[in-house]
Design a protein around this ligand. Structure first.
Ligand SMILES: C[S@@+](CC[C@H](N)C(=O)[O-])C[C@H]1O[C@@H](n2cnc3c(N)ncnc32)[C@H](O)[C@@H]1O
Length: 269
């Protein structure tokens, strides 16, 4: 996968955004990311380690192998783990389509904000299921841009969001994959599938989410695809800039913003 194929990019700003996103969403998406003591866990697509530092700290008696296709991200994640003195994580460069681990190596697997980028998420889930032990659990966390609503509403803001949906789709990904987690899990033969929607509802009374989610996570993510979308003729500059302005506008005292993540759990029988 090259940089153009990965719609969110590998830039320093994107690394910062992923860290802000993880910190902001910690209590919403990871409150129940808890594994039995002594588990050996594969974190698939760890990026710069933004989720790693949260889940490894929450599960100090488990060991993590965190992998990503990007060697640059792996190096950054290693640095973070050293700085945080995380002793229960190892990092490795690996391709989720071609894992070299033996069948039934891991007690649990977690994959967070990765399936949305993949051309063939079903193939990757099958591969992850292969390396998961019988009785083991897989957790997948994904967003779904179709779940976004806000006040004041804005046609231009919806159009700006749609730029990412279109670009992601042109690259074979799917920004609306959250709603597909259930059928995806079922299609690879996993059992006991349970999907838990996690709504991030923001108004001015939730100051941390105004800053952390509207201003530092969601809007910068959409902003980040602007130049590409304009270049590709998906949108004109004026409409895109108005859309971004209107997304930031939802962070004003009378504004409201809502987005839903989907956390899926399934077992290998
Ligand atoms: C949006 S980032 C999410 C990173 C991290 N899970 C987080 O939530 O901060 C998606 C990651 O998936 C990785 N990725 C995409 N395709 C991959 C593949 N085939 N094998 C391994 N990693 C892959 C990318 O390199 C990127 O780091």
């Amino acid at each position: 996968m090259n940089n153009k194929e990965y719609v969110h990019g590998y830039s320093g700003r994107e690394a910062l955004r992923l860290n802000d996103q993880a910190a902001t969403l910690d209590s919403i998406i990871h409150n129940d990311t808890l594994f039995p003591k002594g588990s050996y866990i594969l974190e698939a697509g760890c990026g710069v380690g933004a989720q790693t530092k949260i889940i490894a700290k929450k599960n100090p008696d488990s060991k993590f192998l965190s992998i990503d296709i990007s060697q640059v991200s792996i190096e950054e994640a290693k640095l973070m783990a050293d700085q945080m003195n995380l002793k229960n994580v190892e990092f490795e460069q690996a391709d989720l389509y071609n894992l070299t681990y033996k069948d039934e190596t891991f007690d649990s697997i977690i994959i967070c904000f990765v399936l949305e980028h993949l051309k063939n998420p079903k193939q990757v889930l099958s591969e992850l299921s292969r390396v998961l032990k019988r009785g083991g659990t897989i957790i997948a966390i994904e967003g779904d841009h179709g779940s976004t609503f806000f006040y004041p509403d804005s046609i231009e803001a919806h159009k700006a969001i749609d730029c990412q949906v279109k670009l992601q789709s042109q690259n074979g990904g799917n920004s609306n994959i959250g709603r597909e987690l259930y059928p995806l899990f079922e299609s690879v033969g996993l059992s006991d599938t349970f999907i838990s929607p996690r709504m991030v509802y923001v108004d001015a009374s939730r100051h941390n989410l105004v800053e952390g989610f509207i201003k530092k996570t969601f809007t910068p993510m959409i902003e980040g695809v602007g130049e590409q979308a304009i270049q590709d003729g998906i949108i004109d500059r004026l409409t895109f800039e108005k859309g971004i302005k209107d997304l930031y506008r939802t962070a004003q005292p009378d504004g409201v913003f809502s987005y839903t993540f989907f956390k899926g759990f399934a077992t290998k029988n």
